[in-house]
Ligand binder design. Structure first.
Ligand code: ADP
Ligand code: MG
Ligand code: MG
Length: 252
């Protein structure tokens, strides 16, 4: 089992404090969901965990299996087993989707155990079929000209190919029609198991009808203000954030 610990995390962007002490412990085998109003720092949390250089950690720590990754670069964190599906995946010209994934898989493997081209293609075909993706998408430049839905589906393809220990999915469900949502959920559910933990950031209960969270956290004003089980997401759907604000006496 692996553990990802976020301890008292404070993060600033351009001297503006966004995260004000986030605490979260995740184990592999668990599905965590974070919900919260716009602008409360959910994407900031995901970028800070992954090590985006624009997000400055001013206090606190991120530990992966007890090892402090707070000072590591993005690629080191990826090699250590962290994966982020961004809210707005970027387009990379000049590298195909398949090349990107093979490089990412191999970066996590020792010199004498790189994936063979044949095994890579076999695995890629298998995962693309599960996600109902046309074969040609593997040979296209990464995210270039992909529709919003194709980008999200492609993030899940990368996830299934790279097989990280922990994945953060930032609004993977936004802009998806119901069929795409089901496909994305199927991918996450297939990944789920004792060697995989996931943090799902979402605005909607909708995705959580297909991917059942072990824990649900509510984030407001740069902090996790409440945690519970799946029923917390249902409550939010029914009451909005008002109910939680009132219950906790929060004026935000
Ligand atoms: P969420 O994902 O919960 O909607 P974000 O983490 O994207 O929230 O944003 C949190 C706060 O940080 C917002 O007030 C937002 O305007 C601000 N912010 C996010 N990114 C930047 C940036 N690159 N530069 C300045 N402010 C930013
Ligand atoms: Mg947002
Ligand atoms: Mg966001």
């Amino acid at each position: 089992m692996s553990t990802l610990e976020i301890i008292d995390l404070h993060v600033s962007i351009e001297d503006k404090q966004i995260l004000k002490g986030v605490n979260l412990v995740m184990n592999t085998g668990e599905i965590h969901a974070i919900m919260g109003p716009n602008g409360t720092g959910k994407s900031t949390l995901s970028q800070a965990i992954m090590g985006h250089p624009s997000y400055t950690i001013t206090q606190g720590q991120i530990l992966l299996d007890g090892e402090d990754v707070t000072e590591m670069e993005v690629d080191e964190r990826a090699r250590a087993g962290l994966f982020l599906a961004m809210q707005y995946p970027s387009e990379i010209a000049g590298i195909t989707n398949a090349e990107f994934m093979r490089a990412a898989i191999n970066a996590r493997r020792p010199e004498d155990d790189k994936i063979s081209v044949m095994n890579f293609i076999k695995k890629l075909d298998e995962k693309m079929e599960i996600l109902n993706m046309p074969e040609e998408m593997a040979e296209r430049y990464l995210n270039e000209g992909f529709s919003g839905g194709e980008k999200k589906r492609n993030e899940i393809l990368q996830l299934m190919m790279i097989e990280p220990k922990f994945a953060i999915l930032d609004e993977i469900d936004s802009g998806l029609d119901i069929d795409a949502l089901k496909v994305v959920s199927k991918g996450v559910n297939l990944m789920s198991g004792p060697d995989f933990g996931v943090l799902i950031i979402t605005h909607y209960q909708r995705l959580l009808n297909y991917v059942h969270p072990t824990f649900v956290h509510v984030m407001m004003d740069g902090r996790i203000v409440k945690s519970g089980d799946a029923s917390l997401a249902k409550r939010l759907e029914a009451e909005g954030y008002r109910g939680i604000r009132d219950e906790l006496g929060l004026d935000i």
